[in-house]
Design a binder for this molecule. Structure first.
Ligand SMILES: *Cc1c(COP(=O)(O)O)cnc(C)c1O
Length: 477
């Protein structure tokens, strides 16, 4: 399968193992497949007999055929197995006219596990294919969930190590604790004074810094990324849209072939882009609703066609969506408008902090995407309302997606366990005490096992740096 960079007008092609090993393209663009593979009706029928791990393997093989079908299946069987994941890794629940896809049954209780339990394995396979003997040093910025999920995926994996940067502002106490107590001999965690975009921009700059690359080289390493800029992070996410559709047909929520809208709580635009890819590959998906919080840069983009990051940044109760630069939007632009236009948009974004698509281009996007945004107050209202109406507890990110749910039958993507954001959820439910135990008692739900132990574990990482020192901190242990 051939991949090229979203900014490369000359279309230099890379194999899928090369694209996975590199993470980011040399020109700063993201890798996209030259042709999108399709899923036939017949294949969907066959998938009805498969468990999640096998559906995931089928999808991955379509994008990464060089890695081998049997080999991919073997890795998926290990990655999505119990007790790493609950016995059903991505269950759907039906609540009236809305169905919920729960993507938080993995080791860190957030949807990023769906990709990050398999992505390190895909990287290791790709390194073998490329004859890579150096250690992959994964450098990643996290708004809270990615870093933890990445470390869980990479911990003690041979020929890899990982450094995670997270912003001191805007990750929950639980998330901080999860990261500071991370186990594994090849992991490092550094807090950055600032917000997620500060951390992400600095990590992007690291990848463009030749000095640092040289230092990595001298250490027998090469730099790679686990952010959703790596194509091996994105593709595994297509699988749960396929499995959810099949499950909804099996449950009789929709008829076979009926289209369904999907509302996705969106930050970096990776999750929703995977849904769009599933649609383009042939899944009967209607509108994809891009649900944001008060940081509504994407909402405004889908309404006006102007992507403008020159705006205040808000720390909200849904911190994993507190993002002003949604990296994966670049892939959507490239798929729709080509690399030349995309290179122009990105140049303008870098220079002016904004770019605009033409009205005709906006029409194309609006035909497939809806959008919504909600502030902290409406987030809390939605949590309360869903609990009162259905006895179902949702986290703050999922609440944003409920807010965006269309009047039609809609699938809401639930990206985190309510326990990951227990204080905000408990407050929304009118509770005085906001601990995990109190939430469990109030809602009659169980505290997920992985969250139970973090307060017993030792703190291993305490380092905090200024954003100007991020690059220097990478090889300064
Ligand atoms: C990362 C994350 C999101 C946003 O997903 P993107 O792929 O970055 O758009 C939403 N909710 C939660 C809980 C997350 O961790």
């Amino acid at each position: 399968m051939r991949y090229y960079s979203t900014r490369d007008t000359e279309k230099k092609y890379y194999s899928s193992p090369e694209a996975i090993c590199k993470g980011l393209a040399p020109d700063g663009g993201l890798f996209v497949p030259a042709e999108l593979p399709l899923i036939s009706k017949k294949e969907i029928e066959a998938y009805c007999q498969y468990g999640y791990e096998r559906i995931a393997a089928e999808i991955l093989y379509k994008f990464f055929p060089e890695l081998g079908k049997e080999e991919i299946l073997e890795q998926c069987e290990q990655a999505y197995a119990y007790p790493n994941f609950d016995p059903t890794p991505a269950p759907v629940k039906v609540l009236g006219n809305t169905a919920v896809l729960e993507l938080w049954h993995g080791p860190t209780c957030a949807f990023k596990d769906m990709a990050l339990q398999i992505m390190p394995r895909l990287l290791a396979m790709s390194m073998k294919k490329c004859g890579e003997t150096r250690t992959a040093h994964i450098v990643t910025a996290t708004s809270g969930d990615t870093g933890k999920a990445a470390m869980e995926g990479f911990k003690d994996l041979e020929q890899t190590r990982i450094t995670v940067y997270y912003p001191t502002d805007g990750v929950s106490e639980t998330q901080k604790r999860q990261m500071a107590t991370q186990e594994g001999s090849n992991v490092n965690v550094i807090a950055v004074r600032g917000n997620f975009d500060d951390a992400q921009s600095a990590v992007k700059a690291i990848f463009a810094n030749d000095e640092i690359k040289k230092t990595a080289e001298e250490n027998g390493e090469f730099l790679s990324s686990a952010n959703s800029i790596n194509i091996a992070r994105l593709v595994p996410q297509v699988a749960y849209y396929v499995s959810a559709y099949i499950d909804l047909v099996k449950k009789g929520f929709i008829a076979d072939g009926e289209t369904i809208d999907i509302s996705v709580p969106t930050g970096n635009f990776g999750d929703i882009l995977a849904g769009w890819l599933a649609k383009k590959m042939g899944m009967p998906i209607g509108k994809l609703i891009c649900a944001s919080n008060r940081n509504r840069v994407l909402t405004d983009f889908f309404v006006t066609g102007v992507y403008d990051t020159r705006r205040p940044f808000f720390a909200t109760t849904s911190p994993s969506m507190d993002i002003l630069i949604a990296s994966n939007l670049e892939r959507l632009l490239c798929f729709n408008f080509g690399a030349e236009a995309t290179a122009g948009f990105m140049k303008s974004l870098k220079k002016d902090g904004s770019f605009a698509v033409t009205p005709a281009q906006l029409d194309i996007l609006e035909a497939e995407f809806g959008c919504s945004s909600c502030d902290d107050e409406s987030t809390a209202d939605v949590i309360k309302h869903v609990y009162e109406e259905f006895g179902y507890t949702i986290d703050t990110h999922t609440a944003a997606a409920f807010m965006g749910a269309s009047g039609n039958k809609c699938l809401v993507v639930s990206t985190a366990s309510p326990y990951k954001f227990a204080p905000a959820v408990a407050q929304a439910l009118g509770m005085k005490e906001t601990s995990h135990e109190a939430l469990s008692k109030h809602t009659g739900t169980n505290i997920p096992a992985p969250l139970k132990d973090i307060y017993k574990k030792d703190i291993r990482f305490t380092r905090v740096v200024d954003k100007a020192d991020i690059a220097a901190s990478l090889y300064l242990q």
